[in-house]
Design a binder for this molecule. Structure first.
Ligand SMILES: *Cc1c(COP(=O)(O)O)cnc(C)c1O
Length: 389
């Protein structure tokens, strides 16, 4: 059976092993929460994207169970056939009202939303510009698009201005993470919106890590920016919302275009209606529980203050994503293993997810962490840093 191909795959796997780039899954035996049980061990987790601690919230799990009792488990078809229920529709309308956008379209995942939106909105002859640290799904959407694809240096508006200035034909689209997923910093939104307006470019922001966490009522990093300024707003519902899925928000024209042309939305089964019911409940909690955002902010400042005193390699981030830049992949792995030996789970993020020589420990906080748990993490990091010199 395809011996040459299989030999190549084996060689590639061996190479990844040798370079400390081999990836493996860990089996979790508890719900997603701060105290995880995994492979017979109790671990204090600092690596989920469940920023508000909603993934196992009793009101949301109850809403999903009620949803199953009412709607059953499967949607049975794509949205355009017979899979689009009143639950999906209500969720879209509630998200749109919350965000002050004309319309919202629910997708099965953020990956699919990005691929679908980018390929539907751009055509041959157009120019697409992305921050080079954008999430892989945005990069993949760019590669799949018929437009010419350009990347600019991270948050470098001057370079983007220059690139946009050379466009002589076709339409332009600019895409950026709102909060950068592996760095935690926030995109220069004021400059981006002004730059796009000046060059008649369509701006798309992926706020996977800002939604629920930043802004008034958790509206995300684009809170305060109008639909005119950020015409394509995408965010995911499997992170701070604690459930699953994603959406794109914007004008009637935008959403109707996606309904016609976003292939990753048209040609896939609608998510279960019970998931939409769980998300409607999650939205209520995101809006009402301001204490979760306030507590997160306090945990972040406690961590940054402590880490700064210990001389740990912090990155310039004000969000719950607080990576420590350790450099080499093997060093990141060593630190991650040393933390695990102390009962703390933090994942090592290595190339190609991040650029070469910039492997990091991606520490993330949840509203359910306590001050004492942050201190426990700082103590462990202090010990590991001393031993690693
Ligand atoms: C997680 C993430 C996605 C993908 O969303 P999923 O719902 O997990 O597929 C897209 N963009 C960014 C910036 C992300 O962090």
């Amino acid at each position: 059976m395809a011996e040459r191909l299989m030999a190549r795959l084996q060689l590639q796997l061996a190479e990844k092993h040798a370079r400390n780039l081999y990836r493996q899954r860990r089996i979790i035996d508890s719900p997603q929460q701060v105290d995880l049980s995994s492979e017979g061990k109790q671990l204090l987790s600092f690596c989920s994207n469940d920023y508000l601690g909603l993934a196992n919230h009793p009101d949301i799990t109850r809403a999903m169970k009620r949803g199953i009792n009412h709607w059953g488990v499967g949607s049975g078809a794509a949205h355009l056939i017979s899979g689009h229920t009143a639950a999906h529709h209500a969720l879209e309308e509630e998200l749109a009202a919350w965000l002050g956008r004309q319309r919202v379209l629910l997708f099965s995942s953020g990956y699919m939303a990005n691929i679908g939106a980018i390929t539907a909105l751009t055509a041959r002859g157009d120019q697409l510009f992305e921050d080079r640290l954008n999430h892989a799904s945005l990069i993949d959407g760019g590669l799949a698009s018929a437009a010419a694809f350009h990347r600019y240096h991270h948050a470098d508006i001057n370079m983007l201005e220059q690139q946009l200035g050379t466009v002589s034909k076709g339409c332009s689209m600019v895409i950026s993470d709102g909060v950068f997923s592996m760095d935690g910093d926030i995109a220069p939104l004021t400059q981006l919106t002004a730059c796009c307006e000046g060059h008649d470019a369509l701006l798309m922001i992926d706020d996977a890590h800002g939604i629920g966490v930043l802004g008034e009522q958790g509206r995300g990093c684009t809170d305060g920016y109008t639909q005119q300024q950020v015409p394509v707003l995408m965010a995911t519902l499997g992170k701070a919302f604690g459930v699953f899925g994603a959406f794109v928000a914007g004008s009637e024209t935008l959403i109707e275009t996606l309904i016609q042309d976003a292939r990753s939305w048209v040609y896939t089964t609608a998510p279960p209606a019970a998931m939409a019911e769980a998300l409607r409940e999650a939205l209520k909690i995101v809006i009402s529980d301001a204490w979760r955002r306030a507590h997160l902010r306090q945990l972040i400042s406690r961590f940054r203050h402590g880490a700064g005193q210990l001389g740990l390699p912090l990155m310039p981030s004000e969000t719950p994503i607080q990576p420590l830049l350790v450099g080499e992949a093997d060093r990141a792995l060593r630190w991650s293993h040393a933390l695990e030996a102390r009962g703390i789970l933090v994942s090592a993020i290595r190339p190609p997810t991040v650029p070469w020589q910039s492997a990091r420990l991606r520490i993330t906080f949840s509203a359910l962490h306590t001050d004492a748990q942050v201190d426990q993490l700082l103590d462990a990091l202090d010990q590991i840093q001393r031993q690693d010199h």
